[in-house]
Design a protein around this ligand. Sequence first.
Ligand code: SF4
Ligand code: SF4
Length: 597
Amino acid sequence: MVRVAVLENDRCVNGESCSFVCGNVCPVNRAGKECITLPEDRDNSAKRLVPIISEELCIGCNICVQKCPVDCIYIENLVQELKESPVQRFGENAFRIYRLPAVKGGGVTGLIGRNGIGKSTILKILAGQIIPNLGDWKKKGDYDSVISFFRGKELQNYFGALKEGGTKVSYKPQNITDIPKVFKGNVKGLLEKAARPEKLSEISRELNIEKILGRDLSALSGGELQRVAIAACALREADFYAFDEPTSYLDVRERLNCAHVIRSVAQGERGVVLIEHDLAVLDYLSDYIHLLYGKKGVYGIVSNPKSTRNGINEFLEGYVHDENVRFRREELRFEVKPSADYRKKKVAATYPAMEKSFSGFSLHVDEGDLREAEVIGVLGPNGTGKTTFVKMLAGLESPDGKKSGLDFKVSYKPQYLVAQPGITVGEFLDSQNIDKSLYRNEVDRRLSITELQHHRLDELSGGELQKVAVGVCLSRLDSDVILLDEPSAFVDVEDRLNIANAIRSVVDSKRKVAMVVDHDLLFQDYVSDRLMVFEGEPSVKGVCHNALPMREGMNLFLKGLGITYRRDGQTGRPRINKAGSQMDEDQKKKGEYYYTV
Ligand code: SF4
Ligand code: SF4
């Protein structure tokens, strides 16, 4: 049995509020062996001594995990006997990755898996930013050892060329907010540094950044910066392209445009590897899929390559067929819901027609109603006023010329989250006015926020902070209407569906109403009963009518984009039809852009 012991060094409080509890309770230690030990501190200079766990001696009883006061120990038995050693290991009791994806020229390879399971590290290894240490964390990695480790595999040649400088890599990182700090100047200046200037106007047009070429990078919104980062990566002359979460901040049309650009890069011998949590985009873009499974923050294993359909379906199933490994107990399924007649539901709240104008932008919203136990999805291009509308319902913005006159209580989660500094998740939850039993039974059961209770709020990842914010918003006492602005941002595929289940569960059990602004179509399909579709010209004008039944709403929205969806026979998940295919043509003729049942 291969056992992995991980200890989060920076969270251990040995010598402060803990006196080496793990070492004292470990039965192997108590039997006289040295399973959990403290490092030597001969000159008494260490501020804090963090224990070391021997994976060879550990018997996997989990007593230390249960007794650690800050939950910073993880003991895991690997899901199978792995014959190979890790490709990368960050320390003795630290995260490790087993295997790497194959890099195939002339195609797009997608990586799918939970956050914290090593996807970004893998991309950095393939991009040449990390030389893997092959499990020996005490020494720096070197390419000769890596090449011999992968002897006989495609990766042998890949790393050989990387070592000799024969492989040029273009890499779009996950975190794009640092770009304006590293590169000073305007968009055009950044893009002209790329080596394929002949493609600049074509890619700028595809990504709709022509109008912002003269703008300073520091003045761009998240969505604009993302599109510029994609353009900069695609314009470089390279053999291998790596895109880490290219669709964050983008609306649905922008996601499709970005997909076209990435596809256009994977020509000839050029290969692309992509990390993406929007399943519809991943499905549309990828030629092959590698699943990443394991335990968040502890270890990640890369599966063999699979066809896109099989890879995504196996991920949803939670079962890797060719390795006979189940990595999740429950299957994630998309129910094909018949569109219920919303008019039979009781009206829970109404809002009047509203207008709002500011700095060259105007928004018109028709009057509307919200029905009991209903989730309303909100879709539309960036810059057409969705967030402004939700803020008016939340009472944070006033409509022009009058008070909003709304008489319902709201619980609101904003689009951009700011973590309160200096407190733990547990302390933050204690300070909130939440329904504890609702939180425990409907929210935490699905989002596992309690696992984070000892973590500092301002040290959470974007996805973890999002889950905490959504959890509090759903559980707040004294609220009739729940307003969630982009709850899937920074969250991995699995937690997107967990969030969708938590929303449904709170709304159904408490007969509340939720309004959800989000650009992930599968997420909206999974959670919504009706749809509000925003139309207009981004940053100039936005118009929105009352919510439509799902079928009509999706047809209206997708007709505007010119794309159709079909359902996967096995999982029920929606898949984008290839443009011009028989199915695409037939559905367009019938006016059925989304539902075919
Ligand atoms: S899980 Fe391992 S390290 Fe922890 S108490 Fe049990 S034997 Fe000791
Ligand atoms: S029980 Fe936890 S906090 Fe205490 S010494 Fe062990 S790892 Fe550190």
